[in-house]
Design a protein around this ligand. Structure first.
Ligand SMILES: NC(=O)c1ccc[n+]([C@@H]2O[C@H](COP(=O)([O-])OP(=O)(O)OC[C@H]3O[C@@H](n4cnc5c(N)ncnc54)[C@H](OP(=O)(O)O)[C@@H]3O)[C@@H](O)[C@H]2O)c1
Length: 270
């Protein structure tokens, strides 16, 4: 069995380790690196996974999952450069960092796969989009698909679509949280206690998500099914349309995509 090392066991790194264990991986086949010794000790105690240093992880693991913040990437690349080559697989979870950055800094032929996950990875419901770099084979892609399937769903997309992915599924959970927050406020406006409003809306969100996921129906049909003639829902929808909520979402997601492009610009090669 291959050894997987997660470099940077923060929120996303920990969620991945935990998902891999739940999926049946042996703790001995996993490693992680972490800057804070207390956190490393805590993770080892909770998961039974050993912590190590980046150079040691590079020597021992076949798959290196980079999960540090994008701004912390430089020292990690410096440490990996002399030790990583075509026999390793580098998986980057770092938002905005292109595979070309790794390829230019690591030995020629090093396979790299870029991943855009999202925070529902914390509850094993991630949406991850993965893109192979120049030297990643179909087998490497399969390995990464399998790895991330333990914490949610996976799509393979060309790297040119990663900025759009960042805006849609990377930021997406934040927009749903924002909508839920606004709807709870509406409950307060109508005089409901906060806890009641919260329960009504959160469960409605869970139910709606489940219907979207489990029924073969298009979202439009699901909405039409609760929008009866001269009923309450259509009166609400009229207000949403009047306030341009659809256009606001189109603009919001386009703005997020533009920001992702901007953040990635310093890392573009050539
Ligand atoms: N959270 C999200 O929604 C999300 C979504 C998609 C993609 N991502 C990507 O996932 C990556 C991780 O995000 P996160 O939210 O999990 O961040 P995080 O909680 O800050 O985790 C990063 C961890 O890496 C540690 N670290 C930094 N440099 C290190 C080094 N040289 N060696 C070992 N450990 C090191 C950090 O330590 P310190 O605490 O000392 O900094 C921290 O514990 C990011 O690149 C982000 O772009 C996150």
């Amino acid at each position: 069995m291959s050894t997987i090392a997660v470099l940077g066991a923060g929120k996303i790194g920990e969620a991945l380790l935990s998902g891999l264990l739940h999926a049946g991986r042996a703790p001995e086949s996993l490693l992680f690196t972490e800057r804070h010794p207390e956190r490393a000790a805590d993770l080892t105690e909770r998961y039974g996974i050993a912590s190590t240093e980046v150079p040691e992880a590079a020597k021992r693991a076949d798959v290196l999952v980079v999960a540090v913040k994008p701004q912390d990437i430089e020292p990690v690349l410096d440490q990996l450069a002399p030790l990583v080559g075509p026999g390793s697989l580098v998986v980057s979870l770092c938002a905005g960092l292109p595979t070309a950055l790794y390829e230019s800094r690591l030995a020629e032929g090093t396979p790299v796969v870029r991943v855009m996950p999202n925070t529902p990875m914390l509850v094993n419901e991630a949406m991850s989009a993965i893109s192979p770099g120049r030297h990643a084979t179909a087998e490497h892609v399969r390995t990464v698909e399998e790895l991330l399937s333990s914490v949610g769903k996976v799509l393979v997309l060309p790297e040119s679509q990663q900025d759009a992915v960042t805006a849609l599924s990377g930021s997406g959970p934040a927009y749903f949280f924002y909508l839920v927050e606004a709807m709870i406020d509406a409950g307060i406006l109508l005089g409901l206690p906060r806890a009641v409003a919260e329960q009504l809306i959160v469960q409605s969100a869970v139910g709606a998500a489940k219907m979207l996921n489990e029924s073969a129906e298009h979202p439009v049909l699901l909405r039409e099914a609760v929008t009866s003639p001269a009923g309450t829902t259509i009166n609400g929808i009229r207000e949403l349309e009047k306030h341009g909520v659809r256009a606001a979402l189109l603009d919001a997601i386009e703005a997020a995509r533009d920001r992702s492009v901007e953040l990635g610009r310093p890392h573009q090669q050539g």
